[in-house]
Design a protein around this ligand. Structure first.
Ligand code: TXA
Ligand code: MG
Length: 318
């Protein structure tokens, strides 16, 4: 069983020897391996049961380190890095040959970000290689935002979970691709579209659920999903329609006192999107454990972080 602790030197030693370590980030927990060690990286795919065509994000400690593995030529990359790194933004940029094929799934672009979590940064400073890390969940399931979430599902498959408490942001990084002249947002995440556009101007939004050929498996229709059936809609309408069924309810801010408290989840009682994002994956996990077969959930306001939350809810319902 994995040990949960805060020993950076131990985590660093395991990673150096080609083992996997679950690491805290401000978005979600990652399942990390030495990004330069193809054998170590291959263990990530096995442990997560993840298809090998699905590339991994490379976590770096600095822009200088990132430049060893990617061609950082576009000036907008530096503007974004200066504003949002360390932070929940992944940039897809042209790779260098220094990064193994398995990390990018053979694609010409590599996803790079600097995570904003003190333990993750301490760890990256204790090693001389970057970390390839997807979210530390079995492929397709809800992302982990606490060490216990990782333990629950991957505890018997990895030696160590670096304990950084609960992930502050609570949804994954936004993914912005520089494959075309106009950057394209492939996944809504912790940095909002508004924030990105304010800095570098209009971008393409590809986060559309209906996208037929997913460039990024986070775009797959069904992802981030609980085991139970989740139905998305207006709370009052859903409650009426399913009034004869045993359901668990997730709302943005309103509590319905007639729903048993263990089946009533509110994302943010004060209607705050940051708090809702912080809670969404934990609540989906807890909702997946109640005695009802059905989860009813309502979308949050479609602005700022709300887009990332609604995206996860949509995929959870697919
Ligand atoms: O916040 C996050 O981004 C977390 C933490 C651990 O950093 N990581 C994360 O990784 O969410 P993952 O693998 O669960 O989701 C990353 C998404 C995947 O859908 C992957 O396909 C896409 O990013 N991606 C990564 N590298 C890519 C590349 N080179 N080209 C296209 N898509 C890429
Ligand atoms: Mg993931």
């Amino acid at each position: 069983m994995a040990r949960i602790d805060t020993d950076i030197a131990h985590a660093a030693a395991l990673l150096k020897s080609g083992e996997l370590v679950a690491i805290p980030t401000e978005t979600v927990y990652g399942l990390a391996a030495n990004a330069l060690d193809a054998t170590a990286v291959s263990k990530i795919f096995a442990v997560k049961n993840r298809p090998s065509f699905n590339p991994l994000i490379v976590h770096c400690r600095s822009v200088e380190q990132a430049a060893l593995y990617a061609h950082l030529t576009d000036p907008r990359i530096f503007e974004l890095a200066a504003e949002f790194w360390p932070g929940p933004l992944t940039l897809l940029v042209k790779r260098k040959d220094t990064i193994p094929d398995i990390v990018t799934a053979g694609q010409p672009f590599v996803g790079i970000r600097i995570p904003n979590h003190p333990l993750a940064l301490d760890l990256l400073n204790a090693i001389d290689f970057p970390l390839a890390a997807p979210s530390a969940n079995p492929f397709g399931y809800i992302s982990p935002t606490a060490p216990e979430h990782v333990l629950e599902q991957l505890g018997d498959k990895i030696p160590y979970i670096l304990n950084g408490g609960r992930s502050e942001v609570g949804v994954e990084s936004s993914i912005l691709s520089f494959a075309e002249e106009t950057p394209a947002l492939l996944r809504f995440g912790g940095v909002t579209t508004e924030e990105i556009e304010q800095l570098i101007g209009k971008i393409h939004i590809m986060g559309d659920h209906a996208a037929s050929a997913p460039l990024s498996p986070g775009q797959l229709a069904s992802h981030y999903a609980p085991r139970k059936k989740l139905i998305l809609g207006k709370a009052d309408e859903l409650r009426e329609k399913y009034r004869n069924q045993n359901y668990t309810l997730i709302t943005f801010s309103k509590k319905y006192p007639d729903v048993p408290p263990e089946k009533m989840f509110v994302l943010s009682e004060k209607g705050d999107l940051h708090e809702a994002a912080h809670n969404i994956f934990r609540i989906l996990r807890e909702a997946d454990k109640t005695d009802s077969a059905l989860i009813l959930a309502e979308p949050v306001p479609a602005e700022g972080l709300g887009n990332a939350i609604n995206d996860r809810l949509k995929r959870a319902s697919a």
